[in-house]
Design a protein around this ligand. Structure first.
Ligand SMILES: Nc1nc2c(ncn2[C@@H]2O[C@H](COP(=O)(O)OP(=O)(O)OP(=O)(O)O)[C@@H](O)[C@H]2O)c(=O)[nH]1
Ligand SMILES: [Mg+2]
Length: 216
């Protein structure tokens, strides 16, 4: 079989499983978010900031953490009282719909309001794999350079929301926010843009309020 045909089969099979996941999520009433970014842009930190707001709003949050190795991110969230499952891919650079289904095999999703899937830190491979989510977020940080939407357009093209995190670092890094956002909009004119800092809390309320409203 040619490589193109094998890849097409992999994507088709993933799409079928993603639709199965989506049906299960919808039946349970869970709103599902897939978070994609390069390593270290602040995905887990953003979830840590969201968690107490979910408690305050009476919303049940459940998180799937995707990493190549370690249970560290799930442990960070468990310390805050968040229900979290860790997927360790042991080499794979993305999550797929089958891995998400396996991670949730024994989980009771009824009553979960928000299910966040933090994908493996990578701007390339995760973009091709629908996990059954309703909302896809691409997170960038000011430490990464403002040209990333130009270099990794698919990550932006396929996202609904773009969060620019680490706004507190702007004074120390060469990063032009307007240039970044113009490039992100060029990849995807519909992108909903947010600017945040998990350190100072800047923009966190606006982002979390928007997400809660969208979920409702
Ligand atoms: N200055 C600053 N540091 C931040 C901010 N957000 C996160 N960090 C720091 O950036 C580092 C990476 O944050 P994480 O939340 O672990 O990033 P991540 O995207 O989940 O990383 P991976 O899961 O490894 O891909 C940590 O040391 C955080 O404390 C921010 O807004 N400002
Ligand atoms: Mg993380």
């Amino acid at each position: 079989m040619s490589r193109i045909k094998v890849e097409k089969n992999v994507y088709n099979r993933n799409q079928e499983l993603a639709e199965e996941n989506r049906r299960r999520f919808q039946q349970a009433g869970a709103y599902v978010v897939n978070m994609i970014s390069s390593p270290g842009s602040g995905k887990t930190s953003l979830i840590e900031r969201l968690a107490p707001r979910c408690v305050a709003a009476g919303r049940r949050l459940f998180v799937i953490e995707g990493d190549v190795e370690t249970e560290r991110d799930a442990d960070r969230l468990r310390r805050l009282g968040v229900e979290a499952v860790q997927i360790q891919t042991h080499g794979a650079c993305h999550l797929d719909a089958a891995a998400v289904a396996r991670a949730l095999a024994g989980a009771e999703l009824a009553g979960v309001d928000l299910l966040i899937i933090e994908n493996v830190g990578n701007l390339i491979c995760p973009t091709g794999f629908d996990l059954g989510e309703q909302l896809r977020i691409v997170v960038a940080s000011t430490a990464e350079g403002d040209d990333k939407p130009l270099k990794y357009p698919a990550a932006y093209h396929k996202a609904d929301v773009c969060i620019l995190n680490k706004m507190d670092l702007l004074a120390w890094v060469d990063f032009d926010v307007e240039r970044f956002e113009a490039a992100a909009r060029r990849a995807n004119a519909q992108l909903q843009l947010f600017r945040t800092s998990c350190r100072t809390g800047e923009g966190i309320d606006a982002w979390c309020d928007w997400l809660m409203q969208r979920r409702a």
